[in-house]
Design a protein around this ligand. Sequence first.
Ligand SMILES: Cc1ncc(COP(=O)(O)O)c(C=O)c1O
Length: 459
Amino acid sequence: MIRPPIEPFRIKVVEPVRMTTEDERRSIIAKAGYNLFRVRAEDIYIDLLTDSGTSAMSDRQWSGMMIGDESYAGCRNFYSLEESIRKIYGFPYFVPTHQGRAAEHILFATMLKPGDYVPSNMHFDTTRANIESLGAHAVDMVIPEGLDPQTIHPFKGNVDVARLEAFIREVGKDRIPLGMVTITNNNGGGQPVSLENIRQVSEVLHRNGIPLFIDACRYAENAYFIQQREESQAGRTTLEIANETFSYADGCTMSAKKDALVNIGGFLAMRDPALYERICQRLILWEGFPTYGGLAGRDLEAIARGLWEALDENYLAYRIGQVGYLGARLKELGIPLLEPVGGHAVYLDAKRFLPHIPQEHLPAQALAVELYTAGSIRTVEIGTVMNARQDPQTGETIYPALELVRMAIPRRVYTNTHMDYIAETTARVYEQREKTGGYKIVYEPPFLRHFTARFAALD
Ligand SMILES: Cc1ncc(COP(=O)(O)O)c(C=O)c1O
């Protein structure tokens, strides 16, 4: 029997959730143009749309909010956050931002020009869009195992280092103002990156004079995987591993909405004082004064405290354990998954779940709609809708290798009974999979289409 992990907390405040009928849900999703982003949250029973900004904060974080100092400049909470960032990340300079993508936007607008390249294991969608909107190219080079949902590998988020070297030779280091690594690799299944791989990437980039920035939003989950899976790291604390991870980088972008266990916030950290000066100028224009970014003092305090809570090894064992428990239950029920299960989410493999729906008919979108209709579970498509591209030469659609539905688990929010409900509902959808049909897009914006696109069911 698969056992769920024991929660290292007890519950002090509860928030009721409402169940709707299947008929109600059919009408709600049709009105939303079959896009789950367009459904009201109160019409959802279990919301697995994202693990971002959906965490339950601790009593320590809430009490920290009461000592929020809302001074315009130099508030005390900026200095608490500075201390946490120094001790965990080791970067001497940082600016708060209202969330991760603001850090990305400011970094890229400062460092990139049209035609530049930014290699990474796999860019997250906002990262890619921020690079592309500046006329630069976001290039993914995860190891081949990272693109095969069935290959078992401990670090499927690793960068293909030989490809990175070849790529630098091919386009030239002058056209690569920075390289990135996303830890964990969200778009590739929440898969970790090994410490050894981060060290090698850093070495290759630095040998070519290219700085490395880490997309760090799940740094604590990545450190836990390193501790559990990388032989040489077994005896170390997650803090020591995080320290070493960032020692290889020149800076990081951080969405605090993940491993800082808060509902809003982010930051951009770096070593280079000259870059920091340039970043501050843009920050003042777009986000706010450098000691608050786009945030209130109370938010800064909650982040400063959450960064430590996320590294707590009892919490991480429960966190990674709960996601693993859901994955194991689904697997036991015969559901096709991306394996091994990642850190923050279970990813259903829509190509194998709905093999009768070709990729151009959006199988992952169809599966997400079905999970909502069957059990009021909101998930997110990470497949053709989110990641398909147009070939600039031929105009033909390039389909992504992975066609996934992500079930992201909010931190400290749902119980293990909720995990059982999710597994059982998914099994019900799987039993009736032949009745599920495809979809087509009837409206899409030029960037990040998955947020606002509308769909129609194919007959
Ligand atoms: C890997 C990764 N990078 C960047 C972001 C963007 O962060 P935010 O949503 O705070 O703008 C996300 C958000 O989900 C993410 O998962």
